[in-house]
Every structure is written in structure tokens, then in C-alpha cells.
Design a protein around this ligand. Structure first.
Ligand SMILES: Cc1cc2nc3c(=O)[nH]c(=O)nc-3n(C[C@H](O)[C@H](O)[C@H](O)COP(=O)(O)OP(=O)(O)OC[C@H]3O[C@@H](n4cnc5c(N)ncnc54)[C@H](O)[C@@H]3O)c2cc1C
Ligand SMILES: C[S@@+](CC[C@H](N)C(=O)[O-])C[C@H]1O[C@@H](n2cnc3c(N)ncnc32)[C@H](O)[C@@H]1O
Length: 596
């Protein structure tokens, strides 16, 4: 990319490619591959080639989860047609649709197809509420009202095979690359091997193509594939099923310790995937650690270098924004987030952001005063915002599969290959299939690579006009109950949790200076909590030591509300053997046993 010679991974992630198209009869034609995407009667063809052979309607009746894999997302017509069938039978299970494509259409281009295929019209609003591809790699979209989750990997299919992570199995496969002659990589041995690895005994598969080498390739890998009557003038297409590896839906009973953002997010994702969760909290109220702060902001600062922390910061920020928004529970204020250009380091960073030309993500002036900050200079992220953590966490654990146990102090566990026994204060013992330890500071008993830092928020009334979190040296949040919460202090060496008044005054003074106010503001409250930070600043998220049924999630530092949702999903994917929302290279960097 021009102007960015050493484009870091994090920044490369933000350079999306769109299709080179021409339109004929209101249908897109790919100039990249010199091929059509679909024909006038595309929806009937999809029904014939993908929906019927993969028994989508019948499976939707079963009230269980369904996982579909697709090679070639295109304009999402297969996805939308599948949702239509899924919704017809109002399934209580979760539909996870995983698709791969190296290019994405623009919203305007997809809208043209909604106009053409009117039968999909009733899905349009809900689709665009959630579908918002932002970066290369894994983008996850939550269609809560449909009980559907879409994982779209944006990138070459070969990279997807390397990056997609977890012991996931597809129940159905749609093979929908362009014509195999023009687009051989989408039908290559590597792709067929990937399909085999992620198939189980009842997996079905279909494609519009009848090419002999695809049929042979699938048969050699254990699929029983038939040539079926093709759609309309086409003679044949291929459909079949896999005949090996038994897989049952294996719902687990999971104990989650800690009801902060880490524990509640993990519980949510587990429950959504059909597992049952007992959540244990030491105190009388949930989220009584750092996740009990009165407000918290999403902090989307990722630097231009290839450290995993920057790719994690980017992915987790956009994930969290979509996730909180999809819950629609009144605890998330999606205002955008601003950074003042207050020092040389930030100035350099903003310059790099400008080079990305992503006006959809970053704005560099504030003509309409959307920050509410006079004479704003800096960058505004259109996504993100701030939230009421306790309300959000409470909402996450409302699911019928989650039971909350307060006043339970977890002490230790014993594990064997099939179960884990938890020991609580007062000699209580309980046994589960799996255990997730997400009890914040309590994790230092399980990892010597974690450290604690004391942090304070100051409460004062500074500005009633700001509309979004404003970051500079610390942050200030919009008014809640006539208070601006100001964050935060860091004390790595601390003896006690006493309020450090002079620190609070410093933080308030700084904000008063920024807002050109006389410091007449009295501190009107404060909150002191503990952060947990690992040696390399990355969270820990994964299996604990050699225990296959024990997992750790913590070390979320100052970004718990960005990291919690995606890492909770990752832990749930390890337990349920589903697809992780994180790429493999990242999950390796987060392993609790990574430290030497
Ligand atoms: C001052 C300050 C400001 C911050 N501001 C932000 C912000 O704006 N945005 C952001 O994203 N992050 C912010 N953070 C960081 C964020 O709050 C944390 O990263 C996050 O809350 C950690 O969540 P957690 O679930 O890992 O741990 P915690 O929130 O600490 O939750 C752990 C839970 O486990 C319970 N528990 C502990 N021991 C046991 C036991 N033995 N048995 C059972 N239960 C137990 C605790 O009571 C607690 O409820 C801030 C942190 C501080 C300190
Ligand atoms: C026929 S279209 C898919 C149509 C789509 N299933 C739909 O419902 O709209 C084929 C898709 O394969 C994608 N593709 C081609 N080569 C690819 C590659 N090497 N890696 C990833 N995707 C690729 C194209 O970008 C195109 O969107």
C-alpha cells in the first residue's frame, strides 16, 4: 500500500479488497475471474444445489445446532437462502455459518441484489444491521433475532485453512468457488483435505459442479458422492455425504469461576452453544471485581507493528462492538470513541491511520462536534463506545442454561480424564465435565506470570457536553448520574486498597486543564479496583497445564471489555470443539503455558 512500506499485520488487516465487477441484467459478473456469480434464477438454483441436498429444512426442524461451511461467500446469497429456510422452521438451536472469500462486495452492491431477488426482502434490514465486514481474517456477525452467527474469513482460501482454528466439524458443506477450470485453488487438494478434516459421519456436501476430479477427490477422502440431476440446463451437479468419524452433539456441564466480564462472556457463549453452566462468585453480587466499575470504555488503540497484541486489539475491539450492539440490552452506548492528538506518539499514530483511507472507520475532524469537545483535534473511531458493565454482565448470564451461585469461594480442583471436582470454602465439593477459571486476581494462584496493579477511577462533574469517551492521558466518559468518570491510575507497587486522594486530584486537574476549566471541581467519588496483567501484556486464554478439561481466562489488563467477549467465545469453542473467533497464530500466543 502506498505510503506504508512496512505494513504491519494489524494494518494489513484493514486493507480490504472488493470485487472488480461489471453488471449485466442487474447481475454481477466477476472481472477478476471472468465468470458469473449466479444467474437470473439463482435462488431456485441454490435451493436445488445446496439447500435440498444438505437437508437444511429438515435439519432446521430438529431444534439442535447446525454448522454449515461454505467455500466462496460471494454476495451471501447462499447464506441468506439458508437463513430463510432456517427461519421457516423457527429453530431453537444456533445456526453457525462459516464462509471464506478473499473479496467482499460493497453494501451498495449487495443492496442491488436485494432489489433483484425480492423474496429475500424481509431479511434485508436485519442483515444490514449486523453485516459489516471490516478487516481481513475472521469477522464474526451476530444475527440475534434469527439465532444465527456468521463467521466470514476474508482472505485467500489457503490462508483460511492455516488460520481457522479449533476441532470444529461442519454438518454441511457448500462448495461454491467459481468454475473449477478458472478458479482451481478453490477446489485444490488442500481445500478438499480441509473439508475432510472438518467432517463427521453425518456431514453432507454439495456443489454446482460435476467435475470428475472433484468427485474423485472427495471419494478418495471418504465421501460418498453422487452425480445428481443438475439445475435447469446443467446435466449434473455433485452431492453426497461423509461416511467416517462418528460425532454426537456433546453438550457439557461446565463450572465457571468468577462473574466478571471474562466469566460472564464465557458462560454466555457456552450456553448459546447448548452447554449448561454453573457460575460461581465469591461475593454476594456478581461482577464485584474490576468488572464492577460504574462505566467502562472500549479502547481501540492498536499500534503499527506485528506484535500479536496489536492484531488482538484490533480483532477484539470490532468483535466487542458488534457483540454488545447485537445484544441490544440497553447497557451499551455505541457513541464512537475519540483520541485527542495530545502528544508526538499519538500524532504519528494518527498519520498512519490516515494513510489507510478507511473513512468508514476513522474520522479526523469534528465539524459537527460529535465528540462534544470544543476544537477537537485527533481521531474519532466510528465504532465502539462505552458500557455499563454490571448491567451488561447481568444480561449475559440471563440465559436459561446458566445458573448463578453467589457466596461460593472457589479454593482448588482435582481433575481426571472425564471430570473435574471443585473444592469450595466450607468443604463443599461439586463435580463437572469442565472448569473455566476466570476469577481475575484469583488467577495468580494458577499462573506465576500474572501480576496485579491497583487502579482508580475519579468521579467529578467536568463536562455535560461530551458525547463519547475521550482519550488522551487517561480518559473521560460522558455524564452518568451527573458524574464524569475519569480513568485511570496505575500503581504496580501497592500495599493496600486505600484511596489515593492525591492521585485522584491529579487526574481531575488534568481533565480540567484539557477542558479549560478552573479546578473548582471537587472529587465526588472514586472507585478502586485491581487489574491483572501478564508478563508479556497479552491475556491468558486456553487450556491449563496438562488438564484437558480445565481452562484459564484472565490477565485482561486495561482492556477487559474489549477482550472479554472474544476470549470467552474462544474458551467456549475449545470446550465445545467449535470454531474459534480468533486466528490460530493468536490463540497460540494466548496459551497460558506460553511462558518459559
Ligand atoms: C480503574 C480501572 C479502570 C478500568 N477501565 C477499563 C475500561 O474503561 N475499559 C476496559 O475495557 N477495561 C477497563 N479496566 C479493566 C477491566 O476492568 C478488567 O480487565 C476486567 O474487568 C477484568 O475482568 P475479569 O472478569 O477478568 O476479572 P474481575 O472483573 O476481577 O472478575 C473476577 C470475579 O471473580 C470473583 N472471584 C475472585 N476470586 C474468587 C473465588 N476464589 N471464587 C469465586 N469467585 C471469585 C470476583 O469477586 C470477581 O467478581 C479497568 C480496570 C481498572 C482497575
Ligand atoms: C460463485 S462465487 C460465490 C457465490 C456465493 N456463494 C453467493 O452465495 O453469493 C465464488 C466466490 O469465490 C471467491 N474466490 C475465488 N477465489 C478465491 C480464493 N482463492 N480464495 C477465497 N475466495 C475465492 C470469489 O471471490 C467469489 O466471491
Amino acid at each position: 500500500m502506498k505510503g506504508l512500506d512496512n505494513v504491519s499485520d494489524a494494518f494489513h488487516k484493514l486493507t480490504l479488497e472488493t470485487h472488480q465487477l461489471k453488471w449485466e441484467n442487474d447481475l454481477p459478473f466477476s472481472l477478476d475471474s471472468n465468470d458469473i456469480f449466479f444467474q437470473d434464477d439463482a435462488l431456485d438454483e441454490i435451493e436445488h444445489v445446496f439447500i435440498e441436498p444438505n437437508l437444511i429444512l429438515q435439519r432446521a426442524l430438529k431444534n439442535t445446532n447446525l454448522v454449515i461451511g461454505e467455500i466462496g461467500f460471494g454476495f451471501g446469497l447462499n447464506f441468506l437462502s439458508t437463513c430463510k429456510s432456517w427461519l421457516k422452521n423457527s429453530n431453537n438451536g444456533l445456526l453457525t455459518f462459516i464462509s471464506i472469500d478473499h473479496k467482499v462486495p460493497t453494501q451498495t452492491e449487495i443492496k442491488r441484489l436485494f432489489k433483484k431477488f425480492k423474496i429475500l426482502k424481509d431479511l434485508e434490514d436485519e442483515f444490514f444491521k449486523s453485516f459489516d465486514p471490516i478487516h481481513n481474517g475472521i469477522n464474526k456477525f451476530f444475527f440475534s433475532n434469527w439465532n444465527v452467527e456468521l463467521i466470514l474469513y476474508i482472505g485467500d482460501v489457503i490462508d483460511a485453512i492455516r488460520d481457522l482454528n479449533g476441532g470444529f466439524m461442519m454438518d454441511a458443506w457448500y462448495l461454491d468457488g467459481f468454475d473449477p477450470k478458472a478458479n482451481p485453488v478453490m477446489w485444490s487438494n488442500g481445500v478438499l483435505d480441509f473439508i475432510k478434516i472438518h467432517s463427521h459421519k453425518n456431514t453432507t456436501i454439495s456443489t454446482f459442479s460435476a467435475a470428475g476430479f472433484i468427485r474423485r477427490g472427495l471419494s478418495e477422502r471418504g465421501f460418498e458422492v453422487e452425480r445428481k440431476k443438475g439445475f435447469k440446463f446443467k446435466r449434473h451437479h455433485l452431492a453426497g455425504s461423509y461416511s467416517q468419524i462418528e460425532q454426537k452433539q456433546n453438550y457439557k456441564r461446565v463450572a465457571v469461576v468468577g462473574s466478571g466480564v471474562a466469566g460472564c462472556s464465557t458462560a454466555y457463549h457456552l450456553a448459546k452453544n447448548g452447554h449448561t453452566v454453573e457460575l460461581f462468585e465469591i461475593n454476594e453480587e456478581i461482577s464485584s471485581g474490576a468488572s464492577g466499575n460504574p462505566l467502562a470504555a472500549l479502547y481501540p488503540r492498536f499500534n503499527p507493528n506485528e506484535q500479536p497484541i496489536n492484531t488482538l486489539n484490533l480483532s477484539s475491539f470490532f468483535y466487542a462492538d458488534r457483540f454488545y450492539k447485537s445484544l441490544n440490552c440497553g447497557a451499551y452506548f455505541r457513541t464512537g470513541v475519540a483520541f485527542l492528538n495530545h502528544d508526538k506518539r499519538t500524532e504519528k499514530w494518527i498519520k498512519k491511520l490516515k494513510m489507510l483511507n478507511r473513512e468508514d472507520l476513522f474520522v479526523f475532524s469534528d465539524e459537527k462536534n460529535s465528540t462534544g469537545y470544543e476544537n477537537f483535534e485527533g481521531v474519532i473511531f466510528n465504532h465502539g463506545g462505552y458500557l455499563d458493565p454490571v448491567k451488561m454482565n447481568g444480561y449475559l448470564i440471563e440465559h436459561k442454561n446458566i445458573n448463578v451461585n453467589k457466596n461460593y469461594e472457589f479454593k482448588s480442583f482435582d481433575s481426571n480424564s472425564s471430570s473435574v471436582k471443585l473444592h469450595f470454602q466450607d468443604n463443599k465439593e461439586l463435580t463437572f465435565d469442565c472448569l473455566v477459571l476466570a476469577h481475575g486476581p484469583g488467577l495468580i494462584n494458577f499462573s506465576s506470570n500474572l501480576a496485579l496493579s491497583k487502579g482508580q477511577l475519579a468521579a467529578a462533574k467536568i463536562s455535560d457536553s461530551i458525547h463519547m469517551p475521550i482519550n488522551s492521558n487517561g480518559y473521560i466518559l460522558p455524564l452518568k448520574d451527573e458524574i464524569n468518570w475519569i480513568g485511570s491510575s496505575y500503581e504496580n507497587q501497592f500495599q493496600n486498597m486505600d484511596v489515593n486522594k492525591s492521585k485522584l486530584q491529579e487526574m481531575i486537574e488534568f481533565q480540567c486543564d484539557q477542558f479549560n476549566l478552573q479546578n473548582t471541581q471537587n472529587e465526588c467519588g472514586s472507585k478502586t479496583q485491581i487489574r491483572v496483567i501478564s508478563k508479556d501484556k497479552l491475556p491468558i486464554s486456553g487450556q491449563y497445564k496438562e488438564y484437558k478439561n480445565v481452562f484459564l481466562l484472565g490477565g485482561l489488563g486495561s482492556r477487559g471489555f474489549c477482550y472479554g467477549p472474544i476470549l470467552g467465545d474462544h474458551i467456549a469453542s475449545l470446550i465445545g470443539k467449535n470454531i474459534s473467533p480468533l486466528e490460530k497464530i493468536l490463540t497460540d500466543s494466548l496459551q497460558p503455558n506460553r511462558f518459559k
